[in-house]
Unconditional design. Structure first.
Length: 375
């Protein structure tokens, strides 16, 4: 049943001998606790598979106060992590993969130090692709029921391990009905007074994840309303934390948020002549503010004028090694689809949304403040 996992295209780091032995000992203890039946052997094997799929190890988040950094800290953009909107239905073996991951979190407390839970969470937080080693195929749709079961499992967990990491934020972003404790856990990251630095467990620093946490929180819609007033006070177009705050304020229905966001977008658009491509940094803040309008739900249609203006402009796109090129803001087609609720209308109004031109370069976050040297 687990053979299909070998066909999943993922980046899997090597484990040390001590890590393998530690995992084996813990899994043996779990097996002894539950007995020696076929179901128990399945979960032991599943633990190893999920651990490898997830890249193994606990992702660490750290604050700048505890870091000695030799370079300026970067930040994630305040945008949903892009995924190919086209996906294929899971086959029998892929459904077994999802079932094992969800069942693991129903049997082992999620967001715990248990490696089984960590592996399952990381596996479900990343996209699954059909393919063979070295060749990525189509993205596989994760059944909505799987995320529903995982959300229920999280609802019954204490979530007392510490702040969410990036993979936990991304997993939470898939919950259609997020439990209150998950909403609060995401907000803790989003409103942290200091940067929350995430790494991949191997020491590679990915940057401040607070802007992305703001986006995940905004994605919960009215579930984020209790944080809307605080977010409103933090709105700005200076960095991705300020634009992320705009998303939470708009999603939570804070009075005056949408008008303020419109004003910020109009000011940014006015800084660049209509016949010039919008520079990268300005483009990225406009993208994040456009998402803020989209997150507001039905109210978005009354405040979409600056987004439509942006759709008619060209933006800069990084194109190594050639430098920078000018393209239409194709990544914003998804935003317009959410505002209109009709992707066909978007394709008619903005033909480039339906053509085969490439997407512009992925936005970069703007760090909220510069940490003191060697702080």
């Amino acid at each position: 049943m687990l053979v299909a996992s070998a066909r999943i295209s993922r980046s899997i780091p090597a484990l040390t001998i001590s890590e393998l032995r530690s995992a084996e000992l813990q899994l043996r203890k779990i097996s002894q606790y539950r007995g020696n039946g076929e179901m128990d052997r399945k979960y032991v094997l599943a633990g190893f598979v999920l651990t490898f799929l997830a890249g193994f190890g606990i992702g660490h988040h750290r604050t700048v106060a505890r870091e000695t950094m030799s370079r300026t800290l970067t930040a994630m953009p305040a945008m949903p992590i892009w995924e190919n909107p086209q996906c294929v239905s899971a086959n029998i073996k892929e459904n077994e993969h999802f079932e094992i991951a969800a069942s693991t979190l129903e049997h082992v407390a999620p967001y715990s130090y248990d490696w089984l839970a960590i592996g399952a969470e990381r596996s479900l937080s990343e996209d699954l692709y059909r393919g063979s080693p070295g060749k990525r195929g189509a993205r596989v749709c994760t059944p909505a029921a799987i995320y529903g079961r995982v959300a229920t499992a999280f609802a019954g967990s204490a979530l007392d391990k510490g702040r969410f990491d990036r993979h936990e934020l991304r997993l939470a972003s898939h919950f259609q009905r997020p439990p209150v404790n998950v909403v609060n856990a995401v907000a803790i990251v989003a409103f942290s007074p200091r940067p929350v630095v995430d790494d991949d467990g191997g020491g590679r620093i990915d940057g401040d994840i607070r802007p992305y946490a703001m986006t995940v929180l905004a994605g919960f819609g009215r579930e984020s309303a209790r944080y809307a007033a605080e977010a409103f006070e933090r709105i700005s177009s200076e960095d991705s934390l300020g634009t992320g705050a705009a998303q939470v304020a708009a999603a939570g229905g804070q009075q005056g948020a949408l008008s303020r966001i419109e004003s910020l977008m109009n000011k940014l658009l006015a800084t660049v002549p209509d016949d010039k491509a919008i520079p990268l940094a300005t483009r990225d803040r406009l993208y994040e503010l456009s998402w803020a309008i989209a997150f507001s739900g039905e109210s978005a249609k009354d405040h979409d004028a600056p987004v439509i203006r942006l759709m008619g402009r060209q933006v800069q796109s990084s194109a190594p090694p050639f430098g920078v090129v000018s393209l239409y803001p194709k990544r914003m087609c998804e935003v317009m689809s959410q505002i209109y609720g009709d992707s066909e209308r978007v394709n008619r109004d903005f033909s480039y949304c339906a053509d085969d031109t490439p997407l512009e370069s992925y936005p970069l976050g703007a760090f909220a403040f510069l940490p003191a040297h060697n702080q």
